[in-house]
Design a protein around this ligand. Structure first.
Ligand SMILES: C[S@@+](CC[C@H](N)C(=O)[O-])C[C@H]1O[C@@H](n2cnc3c(N)ncnc32)[C@H](O)[C@@H]1O
Length: 282
């Protein structure tokens, strides 16, 4: 007897429903997210390369695979599953904890802290702190009416210069395929923060622990060059995430971006990844 055929589920659906993350085990989630990163990176490279026939063909194949996987919608769904199960909750908990310890939640007669949350999968990550944090969540693709659909890299510079008390880039830099755009994000964050404003940065630990081009020390000097001073850092051996809190300081007038304009190997070995952040002159 022929086998009954499984009913096909449309995997390219654009469900903006944040309440129903795909059921998935952590291993599947990580595998899919990793594949997305590989595809997005290659997509970015091909889009910036000369338009040859073979590049166009490869780009078409990559775009098809991304679409078959469900596009950004599926990536966001997987990330929100990862946010819940894999990491014991969202990274905002780490930031909130640090801010509470710094006394921000108990300041009298102070206006609320204006927080720009870039790459927000949920609209209410900071709801528990609404008495002292005024959060503005944005994302390339909004999953909820309260999340503004906005590319951070295209935000109006003059409108946002010095506007924000806190800016969150949690698992966003590693999503950006082009290393110079990653650097531009960090520079824009510096511009958008008010004097002494705070930047919350989260990266998957392997981006700094096992990259050929980025170590903790290299990241630290890159951030100093941009004009950030480290306030807090949290990661553990064998963990998945690394968290930092930086304070904006005035950028040195003779800040030299040249050591960060090109890749230079910090570590050797074939098992390394190639994650890198590059800076361009301002
Ligand atoms: C891995 S999710 C991270 C979500 C969440 N912040 C967290 O920590 O789990 C990355 C999100 O960043 C968003 N993103 C990437 N580049 C962006 C940009 N230039 N502007 C706004 N959002 C961006 C993506 O659309 C995606 O939803």
């Amino acid at each position: 007897m022929p086998k009954a055929r499984k009913k096909k589920v449309p995997i390219t659906s654009d469900g903006r429903d944040i309440a129903s993350p795909a059921s998935s085990n952590p291993h599947t989630t990580r595998t899919v997210i990793r594949r997305f990163h590989v595809l997005l990176k290659r997509q970015g490279q091909l889009e910036n390369n000369p338009a040859t026939t073979s590049n166009a063909a490869e780009l078409k194949k990559i775009n098809e695979e991304i679409a078959i996987m469900g596009g950004l919608a599926a990536y966001q769904r997987m990330s929100s599953v990862g946010q819940g199960t894999d990491r014991g909750g969202g990274s905002e908990r780490v930031l909130i904890n640090w801010l509470v310890n710094m006394g921000f939640s108990t300041r009298d007669n102070m206006s609320k802290l204006g927080l720009l949350e870039v790459g927000a999968l949920k609209p209410d990550n900071y709801a528990s702190c609404s008495s002292w944090i005024d959060a503005t969540p944005i994302d390339l693709r909004s999953r909820h009416p309260a999340i503004r659909e906005q590319d951070f890299l295209l935000m109006e510079v003059n409108e946002n210069r010095g506007k924000w008390d806190i800016l969150s880039l949690s698992l966003v830099i590693n999503f950006v395929p082009e290393p110079r755009d990653r650097g531009r994000m960090l520079c824009l964050a510096h511009t958008f923060l008010r004097e002494s404003g705070l930047l919350f940065l989260v990266l998957p630990l392997p981006c700094v622990e096992n990259s050929r081009y980025l170590t903790f020390e290299h990241l630290s000097s890159l951030m100093t060059t941009i004009g950030f001073c480290e306030v807090e850092k949290k990661w553990k051996q064998g963990g998945k995430m690394a968290y930092w809190l930086y304070r904006k300081v005035e950028r040195d007038t003779c800040s030299d971006f040249s050591p960060f304009r090109k890749r230079s190997a910090c570590r050797q070995g074939s098992s390394r990844n190639n994650f890198v952040i590059l800076l361009q002159d301002l």
